[in-house]
Design a protein around this ligand. Structure first.
Ligand SMILES: [Zn+2]
Ligand SMILES: [Zn+2]
Length: 245
């Protein structure tokens, strides 16, 4: 951490003591730091069973344990299981975007608690936790990787080992906001690699990949493929939000 960032952190902490805590989603005054106002809380669609045993896609009806969605039944994704806390939609977008772009990091401990609840089994089985990396250039402009912030908060909460720099995004990829699944897969193919200094740390390990939102699974799938090729026994995925089409 640079001196400037550390000083910024101290100043922010000092300000936090003076200013009232704000809703993580809308900015309204709330009773507790890192929480949501009742109106925003009511808008978050938290996932609950039943769901696809592989990708966690919620089901309308319970099809029994081990049931798979059509996509996973047609072909398994590169990861073993994926779980998420809530549906990424109109009700949760502002919460995620503020965390990602607006320095609203005080939500991280609460997000980690939610993620631990949604993915308790995955966290318990993980030998190490790693975030989906940002390209260096994007990291500079954004100042932090929101996935790494989540991974570190989850590690702190669970005691699991976190490797924030396990993977590298060595090729910058254009923003994928409006791309479909195939376009996204092409876009991220070959964009990730294992950090050279971590090359031997993955073999025989169960890795839990962390990201803020799972959209089509193309990005996180590309990361999982790198880890599996490096000898990981299994790769699970835990995200805060998940797009459900
Ligand atoms: Zn609110
Ligand atoms: Zn599925």
């Amino acid at each position: 951490m640079s001196g400037v960032t550390a000083l910024g952190g101290i100043l922010r902490h000092a300000l936090d003591l003076l200013l009232p805590p704000l809703c993580l989603s809308c900015g309204a005054i709330v009773g507790e730091t890192g929480s949501l106002c009742p109106a925003c809380w009511a808008k978050i669609a938290f996932f609950a069973p039943p769901a696809c045993a592989t990708c966690g896609l919620p089901f309308e009806l319970d099809a029994g344990p081990g049931a798979l969605c059509a996509a996973c039944a047609a072909g398994p994704p590169p990861f073993r299981r994926a779980r998420a806390v809530f549906r990424y939609d109109e009700g949760s977008r502002s919460l995620v975007l503020r965390f990602k772009h607006a320095d609203r990091l005080e939500g991280a401990p609460a997000f980690a608690r939610w993620m631990l609840r949604a993915g308790s089994e995955l966290v318990a089985e993980a030998d190490l936790i790693a975030p989906v990396p940002l390209h260096r250039r994007r990291l500079w402009s954004r100042r932090y990787n929101q996935a790494a912030v989540l991974a570190l908060a989850l590690g702190k909460l669970s005691g699991a080992r976190v490797e924030p720099a396990l993977l590298e995004r060595h090729r910058a990829t254009p923003a994928m906001g409006h791309m479909g699944r195939q376009e996204r897969e092409r876009n991220v193919r070959g964009a990730f690699r294992l950090a050279p200094s971590k090359a031997t740390q993955v073999k025989g390990k169960t890795v839990l990949l962390i990201d803020d939102v799972l959209t089509t699974g193309a990005t996180i799938g590309a990361c999982a493929t790198v880890l599996v090729r490096a000898g990981a026994t299994a790769v699970d995925v835990l995200t805060l939000g998940r797009v459900v089409r």
